[in-house]
Design a protein around this ligand. Structure first.
Ligand SMILES: Cc1ncc(COP(=O)(O)O)c(C=O)c1O
Length: 459
């Protein structure tokens, strides 16, 4: 029996990333409040938030300091744009802070309101820059299969997932996808991680040569693939990719939308995996998701070209109303202050061994083919046969079923096909981590019983 709120939801909302047909039958999970690493539904049931919302609520759900930072800024100056050379204190202070903590030398910061628009900005900067440099043919951008970079027309084109392209007439021409560096799924039998990484780099180089190096402008990658399945890179991968990009003068855009601000046990995933990034896209944990805000961080080489070109054209003709929103910037400044004061990176490092121990222990379960992670992010792949790695038929929905059972057990996770992601708030403590995996263990047992009853397992 659907609640009154559920009925009103069905009558009024189109939900992102939802099967809109089944949603009409099942209705929403209506969440009402949050405290620390827990959220509560409209019936008062408690859930551990194993996904930090959507990889974003690093400081949990009831951080009074963030609430006060927003309130104080709302009282003082609730809005001021930064078009036409206007500015304000929070935008300047945040940019200074970002430059200070950036993993590579950064010259300037450009603000937006979402990860998607940050990546659109990246594309536009790359195109603008290559026109300015007198090489208008150097415009193609290479992304990766299973990479996730957003949903706007351009950023969805970067995204390497079929559901973001099918019937949306995407990707745009000039956006290409190279191989997905998921060792468990795509390595040849007996191929080491290093050898697999070499092959991935060689495939990237072949693509560049096939297209013509003078037509390829940039490469974009997440240090850890998020929505593609929480996939950590194989050993040596970025080192080898860096070398290929440097050889052909191809800009490296690091998409730090999930990995930025402590997630991998360093302030940035770029540091954890040694990306030779020229520019970075940041969002989500930049405000612990208490306010929508994104930032493109660019080096001096990129910035100089933008300056020269805007001198020539008369303006840098890009930016949206909420770019550098003072409330968002004030919340971000406070968020970064808390990360540093409370030593969030050190905290992640101290609890990560427990997280990774419990995560990898899931591989002992009959349904789990792979469980890997870094810092406080990890992915689990459910398979029909562990020996052969045979997958379930995707439409049987085994991954989503395990997430449904997790929800029954009071745990929120996210399934991407038969891969299930763990990405809890960074403030999660050891006991809560143990509890999270206890709950998922019970959910997996229920999933196994269900799969057996449905006759889904290998004979
Ligand atoms: C790596 C990455 N880039 C970009 C985006 C898009 O961000 P948004 O949903 O804020 O547009 C996401 C969203 O999950 C992401 O994970």
């Amino acid at each position: 029996m659907l609640s009154n709120l559920a009925v009103r939801d069905i009558e009024t909302l189109v939900h992102p990333y939802t099967n809109l047909a089944t949603h009409r039958e099942t209705g929403p999970l209506v969440l009402e409040s949050g405290k620390g690493v827990y959220v509560y539904d409209s019936a008062g049931k408690e859930y551990l938030e194993g996904m930090a919302g959507l990889w974003c609520t690093a400081l949990g759900y009831s951080n009074q300091e963030l609430i006060e930072a927003a309130y104080e800024q709302m009282k003082k100056l609730p809005f001021q744009h930064i078009f036409g050379g206007r500015s304000h204190d929070p935008a300047i202070e945040l940019a200074e802070k970002l430059k200070e903590i950036a993993p590579v030398p950064i010259s300037k910061v450009f603000y937006g309101a979402s990860g998607s628009d940050a990546n659109d900005t990246q594309i536009k900067i790359v195109w603008y820059m290559n026109n300015a440099l007198g090489r208008p043919q150097k415009k193609k951008i290479i992304s990766r299969l299973k990479g996730y970079h957003g949903v706007t027309v351009a950023s969805a084109s970067l995204t390497g997932l079929p559901n973001n392209h099918i019937d949306f007439d995407l990707p745009l021409p000039g956006i290409l996808h190279t191989s997905c560096p998921h060792h468990y799924r795509f390595a040849e039998p007996g191929e080491s991680e290093q050898d697999f990484s070499s092959r991935m780099a060689a495939e990237l180089e072949e693509m560049i040569l096939r297209e013509g190096p003078d037509t390829v402008a940039a490469f974009i990658a997440e240090p850890v693939m998020g929505a593609g399945g929480a996939i950590t890179p194989p050993a040596g991968y970025f080192e080898k990719i860096n070398a290929v990009l440097a050889k052909y003068d191809i800009l490296f855009i690091a998409d730090e939308v999930i990995t930025g601000f402590g997630r991998t046990g360093n302030m940035f995933g770029t540091t954890t995996y040694g990306l030779a990034a020229d520019t970075l896209s940041c969002a989500k944990q930049i405000t612990s998701a208490y306010f929508p805000l994104s930032a493109v961080l660019m080096n001096e080489r990129v910035y100089e070209v933008l300056v020269d070109q805007s001198r020539k054209i008369g303006t840098f003709g890009h930016g949206n109303t909420y770019a550098g929103h003072p409330v968002g910037c004030a919340v971000a400044v406070k968020t970064l202050e808390i990360y540093q004061r409370d030593k969030i990176v050190e905290h992640v490092r101290s609890v990560s061994p427990t997280f990774l121990r419990r995560l990898t222990k899931l591989e002992e379960h009959p349904l789990v083919g792979e469980a890997r992670g870094v810092g406080l992010i990890g992915g689990v792949e459910l398979v029909r046969d562990k020996t052969t790695k045979a997958a379930f038929e995707i439409k049987k929905g085994v991954g989503p079923k395990s997430v449904f059972f997790a929800q029954q057990e009071g745990l929120i996770l996210r399934a991407m096909g038969d891969r299930v992601a763990f990405c809890p708030p960074l403030i999660m403590k050891e006991a809560e981590i143990e509890e999270m995996f206890d709950r998922y263990g019970r959910a997996l047992d229920k999933t196994l019983a269900w799969a057996k009853a449905e006759g889904l397992l290998a004979a």
